[in-house]
Ligand binder design. Sequence first.
Ligand code: ZN
Length: 226
Amino acid sequence: MQVILIGRGTEPVPGQVVFNSRGVSAQHAKAVIDPAKNTIVLEDLGSTNGTFVNGFRIKRKSISHNDIILLADQRLNLQQIFDAARTTRENPNDYSVEFAKLQGVWDNYQLLLKQARSNNGMDSFMTVCLIVAPALLLGPIAGVVVGTAAGLGGGAMLGSSIGMAARELFTKNKSSKTQNLVTEIENDFKIHYVCPKCSRSLYGFPYEYYKKQKRCVQCSAIWIKS
Ligand SMILES: [Zn+2]
C-alpha cells in the first residue's frame, strides 16, 4: 500500500504529484496504490473544484489506464502517480509495481482471444444447423422438381451440395469478422504490453516468461524484486 498525495505546489515533492495551477487545491486528492490487489484508488480530499473521472465528479474511485482524470482543469495520468511513487522507493529503477499490472493485461488478452475464437466456433455450428439441415430436408423435394431420373438420392445430393457451398461462404465471411476482432484485440494489447520504463514491446511472449527474466534486457528496469 502506498499513498500518493496530489495537490497544488510549485516545487516537486518526493512521493507527491504537484500541479502549479490555481484551480487545484493544496491537498486536492490522494491515490492509494495496492500492489497486492493490483489497484489504484483515487480519492478526493474535499477539493474546491473537484476530481473528475470520465466526466463524473467522484469522491472515491478505482482508476485504470483508459480513464480520463481531471483535477479541476488539470489532466492527471497514471504515469504521474507511478513517477511520484517511484521517487520514494529505495531504488528509482524499481518498476515492479508497474510491471505487476502487465499480468492483468496479459490475462485479459488471453480471455478476449479465447472468447473471440469460441464465438466463431459456435456461429459455425449454428450455420450448419440453419443452412445445411434445411437443405437436407429440401433435398428430396428439389430432387423431384429436378427430375424423377435423378431420384431421391440425387436430390439429397443436390440439396446438401448447396448447403455445403452456403456454409463455406458463411464460414469465410464469419472468419474474416473474427479476424478483424482478433486484430483489434491484438492492437490494443500491443499498446499496453510494453516495458513500463522504456516502452519496449513485450508482444510475443507470455507474462510468466518475462516474470522469470526479472529485468528488462534493454533498459535494465527491475520488474521483479529479488
Ligand atoms: Zn525496458
